[in-house]
Design a protein around this ligand. Structure first.
Ligand SMILES: Nc1ncnc2c1ncn2[C@@H]1O[C@H](COP(=O)(O)OP(=O)(O)OP(=O)(O)O)[C@@H](O)[C@H]1O
Ligand SMILES: [Zn+2]
Length: 727
């Protein structure tokens, strides 16, 4: 049996992560996937319990825990579901089958019986008071203490017992042992207090986790539940957004939120797309423009045609991706998990030694040392430490989503701060990607209209931006097109086809060289145009070069500033383009990019990235389609302008909803604050533990102080993590 999630999976490198996920997402006919919702899995210790129970079973291949959503995905051999549920049943964690597709059923919030807990707390307090008044234990102290423990701690005992039976030392087990021990050595009021405080801590912790859990669902709540749809008979009726079919006509009033993805049919309005793209300026919409569910229609009414079902809208896909991202473990989380795995048993052993050795060897007082050992048991609970990471990562992911940045895993969020180089594609990334024809020149006395018509006929068949510019210019001048036969695109070069029996090529310098029809004179002319930042393609026929067409793209308004922001963050920039080196340099100079490489075929781009990644943490940003190999090879691949596209969201490591490059700087800054908060949390959690460890040895810490500190630390790290949400 192979189990790739085995504990020695050490570094968080992308390749291991991907391998693990890919090998299991492949539909295999013998592997079945069960999604479970586990209501009572609110502390990482429960995860450890489940893991130890399941991973030993024959036929269980892979476990994907999502603590924040309290879900577990199990990949297992076919037909094991019943057995799986039965085993989980013995752990008493309320494991239920969950439908992965149905994202609307939020997990129930942490339940609390405040009334019982209040009585328990009062009893514990009273027991303490009576103890001090009477100067010792008596039947009343004991009765009050037992009442408190029964009220506050039965659940803990139950969970602790299950854990111990499964030879798992989780915090419930530790607490049960500690409280029982305290009772046995006669510390009745304190045992009661510790149990009540612990239960309270658990509750508060669960509540604050609920907040993190809901952060992402709150994003989903951005799309209204209902939409005003035109019925077959022409009436308008408000129906549930989920029931609206693709193609329906929907109306949205000014000030209203848009319920479904669609395309404007009628009306002109400004739409605030901030919830999707993070861009706060409203965007003007006219017929033909696309709309995103969740965005806000600001100025006037619109009618649109629905283009995606409610559960497949861009917004829904964003939320789906963020939720999935939480499941994958960030490097810090792996570190913390493996730390917790040896920390708890180690402290347990130390506690045992503390209880036994000093009295045996040095004649210490038994009761005194047993008590110190019990304090150690309380300190052995790593909950604050373990909870700190997922909460921080989830808040970071949610904050990024609010900025229109979709991060596909905690790894990338943590890694972003390490980026030293960013490679950028030119067309569509730095420039608008919508070039226009600026010059055309017949070559060797050819007839202007004939060559334009030939070139445009070829160009019209291609969707490459350069071709589109040539075709558009011809159309604007009402030049008639001819019929093209045997058309094909030549990657990185241009296109070719046959018109009236003549083989024609339309493409760049590389193509002209390859056809062997270049000349000194032509090169001079090329250099001249290219050094102005223009891209030149040539029409080539039997008689050689027939004409030159120059197109120019404009740089996006945001590019220059975004590049400067990146440089301020210490990230160097490199432009990679299939376009010629002159144009590449001219554009690079305009926006302030450090280095530019032109004339690159897709495989050359890949090689550049490979060279860079060997020495530096390197990101690559592109529009996703022809740059796919380079994007995949980079440490972090960014796809931009993905809102509305189908595949790009799924392919990149980080997807930027709009095409504003400054989002990458935002991402890096967010990554830096995330790792700062992660470090703070870990130092805080470990530091407080260390202090209490020392105090416990010195006999200066009491049990309830340790519980209190533990609760305080948990709360501190959770709130510290949630702070990110508002970055
Ligand atoms: N279909 C085409 N029509 C016209 N020219 C083309 C075509 N395909 C490629 N070319 C020429 O080859 C060059 C390189 O094309 P390629 O598609 O590799 O890069 P690009 O997408 O234009 O630039 P970037 O790498 O910056 O995105 C283009 O600049 C253009 O001159
Ligand atoms: Zn040449």
């Amino acid at each position: 049996m192979n189990r790739p999630e085995s504990d020695n999976c050490c570094s968080g490198t992308k390749s291991t992560e991907e391998l693990t996920q890919k090998s299991y997402s492949r539909p295999d006919k013998d592997v079945e996937t069960t999604n479970l919702s586990i209501t009572k899995m609110d502390c990482p210790t429960e995860e450890a319990l489940i893991r130890s129970k399941l991973s030993g079973m024959e036929g269980i291949y892979h476990l994907d825990f999502n603590l924040v959503q309290r879900t577990l995905q199990v990949h297992h051999a076919k037909g094991m579901q019943g057995e799986l549920l039965a085993v989980l049943g013995t752990l008493d964690l309320d494991a239920r089958l969950a439908n992965a597709v149905d994202r609307d059923t939020a997990p129930p919030p942490a339940t609390a019986n405040w009334w019982v807990l209040g009585v328990a707390a009062a009893a514990a307090l009273a027991s303490e008071v009576v103890y001090w008044q009477q100067g010792g234990n008596n039947w009343l102290v004991m009765l009050l203490a037992l009442t408190a423990i029964a009220g506050g701690g039965l659940k803990t005992y139950k969970k602790g017992w299950i854990a111990l039976k499964n030879r798992n030392l989780n915090m419930n087990a530790l607490m049960s042992i500690a409280v029982t021990g305290a009772l046995l050595i006669g510390h009745w009021p304190e045992a009661a207090m510790v149990m009540v405080l612990f239960t309270l801590a658990e509750l508060i912790e669960a509540k604050s986790l609920d907040r993190a859990r809901n952060a992402i669902r709150e994003l989903l709540a951005l799309a209204p539940e209902t939409a005003t749809v035109q019925m077959d008979d022409g009436r308008w009726e408000e129906i549930s957004a989920k029931q609206v079919d693709i193609g329906s006509r929907v109306r949205v009033r000014p000030g209203e939120r848009i319920a479904l993805d669609g395309e404007v049919i009628e009306g002109l309005s400004a739409v605030n797309q901030a919830p999707i793209t993070g861009e706060s300026l409203p965007v003007d919409k006219a017929p033909g423009d696309s709309l995103f569910a969740g965005s806000i229609n600001e100025s006037s009414g619109l009618e649109y045609r629905v283009t995606a079902a409610a559960d497949n809208s861009t917004l829904a896909r964003i939320i789906h991706a963020v939720e999935a991202a939480q499941g994958s473990r960030a490097p810090t989380q792996r570190f913390v998990d493996s730390f917790a795995r040896w920390y708890t048993p180690l402290v347990f052993v130390v506690a045992l030694a503390t209880a036994v050795l000093p009295p045996l060897l040095f004649g210490g007082a038994w009761l005194e040392w047993v008590y110190r050992a019990l304090v150690l048991l309380v300190i052995a609970c790593p909950c604050a430490l373990v909870i700190a990471t997922p909460v921080t990562i989830v808040s970071g992911l949610a904050a990024a989503a609010r900025h229109g940045i979709l991060i596909k895993g905690g790894v990338y969020l943590e890694d972003g701060r390490r980026l030293r180089w960013l490679a950028l594609d030119k067309t569509g990334t730095i420039t608008r990607g919508k070039p226009a024809q600026t010059d055309f020149e017949p070559w060797a006395n050819n007839d202007v209209n004939t060559v334009r018509s030939l070139a445009a006929s070829l160009a019209a068949r291609s969707d490459h931006p350069v071709s589109m510019a040539v075709a558009q210019a011809a159309q604007d001048d009402s030049i008639a097109l001819r019929q093209v036969k045997a058309f094909s695109a030549l990657a990185g070069r241009g296109v070719k086809g046959e018109i009236d029996g003549e083989d024609l090529h339309l493409g760049n310098h590389r193509l002209v060289e390859e056809l062997g029809v270049c000349s000194r004179e032509l090169e001079q002319r090329l250099n001249n145009l290219e050094s102005q930042g223009k891209t030149v393609i040539m029409l080539v026929g039997k008689a050689g070069v027939l004409a030159l067409f120059a197109v120019a793209d404009t740089v996006k308004d945001t590019s220059r500033e975004a590049i400067a922001e990146l440089h301020d963050l210490g990230v160097k920039t490199l432009m990679l383009t299939g376009d010629n080196p002159h144009t590449a340099r001219a554009i690079a100079k305009q926006v302030g990019i450090d280095r530019a490489e032109g004339n690159l075929l897709p495989e050359d781009k890949l090689r550049e990235i490979e060279v860079l990644t060997e020495q530096n943490h390197t990101g690559m940003v592109g529009d996703g389609i022809n740059d796919a190999p380079a994007l995949a090879r980079a440490d972090i691949g960014f796809a931009m302008g993905v809102a509305g596209t189908d595949t790009a969201i799924e392919t990149a490591d980080v997807a930027l909803m709009d095409d504003n490059l400054s989002k990458i700087a935002t991402f890096i800054r967010l990554s830096r604050s995330t790792s700062r908060i992660l470090r703070q949390n870990i130092v805080m959690a470990l530091g407080i533990k260390a202090v209490f460890l020392a105090l416990a040895f010195a006999g200066l810490a009491s049990m309830w102080m340790a519980v209190f500190a533990d609760m305080g630390t948990s709360l501190l790290v959770v709130f510290n993590g949630l702070r990110l949400m508002h970055r």
